[in-house]
Design a protein around this ligand. Sequence first.
Ligand code: FPP
Length: 241
Amino acid sequence: MSKSGKGGGELRLPQHIAIIMDGNGRWAKRRLLPRSAGHRSGAKTFQNIARYANQIGIRYMTVYAFSTENWKRPQEEIDNLMNLLRDYLKDAKNFQAENIQMQFIGDLTVLPADMQALIRRDEALSADATGMHLNIAVNYGGRDEIVQAVRRLAAEVKAGALEPSDIDQETLSARLYTAGQPDPDLIIRPSGEYRLSNYLIWQSAYAEFWFSDILWPDFKPKHLMQAIEAFGGRDRRFGGV
Ligand code: FPP
């Protein structure tokens, strides 16, 4: 997929960008603010970047909002993150005005009932949107996702609906939360960390990575464009020559 760049040249756009929105806590600390202020600012950055990505023609975006490991954080911080998500979910015009299709990925069954209901509502409200498909990962872990998919396959084999020899990469991919979506071709992690942190570990097999020292609340559309331009210059061989 490509789109005309500023200089008239062709900009090769990734189809699917995944982002680890890291550095909210450090951003707040540097300003002597509580961590909650960092997350609030990070949530605003998320909205800004999702809107921009949609406007420039990115088809899929996945953001890591809350991992299966984030429950280890102090209860106050967990509540704060859940409240930010709740506020976003309540305000459907956030994504409706942008024609963005919303999907939540992760084990959502442990979320408060009101949030689960809002998630179902927002997914239904945006089901026919033709803009960018936005996955928000909540209580998401890549290993957990694979375990859930394997359990489903095992249940299907037990029920006689599938032969073990039918199981291949496609059948497993089709049971992940991201079933039917292209794998992320660009993964962005700001804040100077160089880890995948259990994020989309199956789907990222051939992804390109872009790292930066910018803390997530400071992440601007120009940084997304830098990552996209770097992606455009990569030679992707998928194991070939
Ligand atoms: C990592 O930074 C960030 C998170 C664990 C939460 C990310 C969530 C948001 C940006 C808000 C999401 C809201 C919506 C509406 C999707 P950190 O806290 O680990 O930062 P640190 O490493 O500097 O401490």
